[in-house]
Design a protein around this ligand. Structure first.
Ligand SMILES: Nc1nc2c(ncn2[C@@H]2O[C@H](COP(=O)(O)OP(=O)(O)O)[C@@H](O)[C@H]2O)c(=O)[nH]1
Ligand SMILES: [Mg+2]
Length: 377
């Protein structure tokens, strides 16, 4: 969509979120058109010098992912994130082709208010895990990203070290679309990363209502990251969010803040004691850590491992994974039906008029809904 005169300056432009040492696999190539009054057949000079991206076939995607070719993994994720109907079928075939290699990773969700230190925490935990032989994929679910350009984009600086680690793969939040659409994309991205051999998936989400519930429904272990001294002690934290958490981690337990963080931890522990547990058979506790110094990071990973062992042996793990798949199926059906309803031409053309009559009180809301549904049927 760029205008003709800035096309050439766009060649090889790296997106903002690409790792610092990223190569051309992150570049977007824009081919310049033929300028001369010519049929374009013989004139070579106007053709971009950038190597042409080979079109990948289904097999290329599948083999590339299974061999952990990061360039191909990135392109498969782009395919999954595409809103183009033409890409959907191929994306689904790719997923089907690697599905039996998925599901083995430890899936961890991390939420908290902006500034709590989620990205810094992920950098610290992710680096620790890479040092200990794991392969870590970092994803984000951020429904606000289409408006604010995404919090994880600014995180490039926070995750600098991790982004350079060959055993880490960081993918920013897909932009645009409904929360339902973002959820599908994130779930499918997670599966592709697992098939590529990433054995720990860390999913960051901003604490804005529905997205916590969404991520809770994608992961095994869900963690709430909090800080001390942000106004009132519990930062207006909703009980509902705490009830989703398998652990509450008081971050920034360092320097002058260390003692306060320890007190805050005790406060949270007391509250957790009275809440319904997020996971059957697991008592959620509060912990402290510093993502800056690394203090407490290893202990939190130990808690996650203990949790996984615990739920695997009790059967809660399998049961949750099963439920998550079913809720995924249902949410895709709902998404599909909603779209097909609102895009139905009959519904579309009569909707404004029927809505208006309902709004003016000429017909009951129930009647309006029934009329529209009949038009759809
Ligand atoms: N002192 C201290 N600062 C931290 C810690 N973790 C994060 N920060 C700082 O808090 C700010 C917000 O961190 P960020 O990771 O972007 O938070 P996010 O919005 O939750 O992802 C940054 O300036 C970080 O350097 C920590 O453990 N200790
Ligand atoms: Mg962040």
């Amino acid at each position: 969509m760029s205008s003709a005169n800035n096309i050439s300056s766009n060649n090889n432009k790296l997106p903002e979120w690409a790792p610092e040492n990223a190569g051309s696999e992150f570049a977007s190539h824009v081919m310049s058109g033929v300028n001369e009054s010519h049929d374009g057949m013989e004139f070579k000079a106007s053709v971009s010098t950038a190597p042409k991206r080979r079109k990948l076939e289904l097999e290329d995607y599948i083999n590339g992912i299974l061999n952990c070719d990061r360039t191909i993994l990135s392109r498969a994720i782009t395919l999954v994130e595409s809103n183009a109907a033409a890409h959907f079928d191929l994306a689904q075939q790719v997923i089907a082709g690697v599905l039996n290699k998925t599901g083995k990773a430890v899936r961890v969700g991390i939420t908290g208010v902006p500034g709590a230190g989620k990205s810094t925490f992920i950098e610290a935990l992710g680096s620790y895990l890479c040092e200990h032989g794991h392969k870590v994929a970092v994803l984000a679910v951020d429904p606000s990203s289409s408006v604010t350009k995404g919090s994880i984009l600014g995180d490039k600086t926070r995750m600098e070290k991790l982004a350079r680690n060959p055993n880490a793969f960081i993918r920013p939040s897909p932009s645009g679309g409904t929360l339902g659409g973002l959820t599908r994309k994130s779930r499918e991205t997670m599966l592709l990363c697992e098939a590529a051999g990433y054995d720990v998936i860390l999913i960051e989400t901003v604490g804005v209502g529905q997205s916590e519930v969404t991520v809770r429904d994608m992961v095994d272990f869900f963690m709430l990251l909090v800080i001390t001294g942000a106004g009132d002690e519990l930062q207006g934290m909703k009980k509902g969010v705490m009830e989703l958490a398998d652990a509450i981690v008081v971050n920034k337990a360092d320097g002058n803040n260390l003692m306060k963080a320890k007190t805050t931890k005790v406060d949270y522990d007391r509250i957790l004691h009275y809440l319904r547990p997020a996971t059957e058979g697991w008592a959620s506790h509060a912990y402290t850590c510093s993502s800056l110094t690394g203090d407490g990071i290893a202990e939190i990973w130990d808690v996650i491992l203990e949790f996984i062992n615990n739920v695997k042996s009790s059967g809660v793990y399998d049961e949750r994974r099963r439920r998550q798949i079913l809720s995924w199926v249902h949410s895709m059906i709902e998404d599909h039906l909603m779209r097909s309803f609102y895009e139905n031409p009959n519904v579309k053309s009569r909707m404004p008029e029927i809505e208006e009559r309902a709004a003016r009180g000429e017909i009951a809301a129930t009647q309006a809904a029934a009329q529209l549904i009949n038009l759809y049927k």
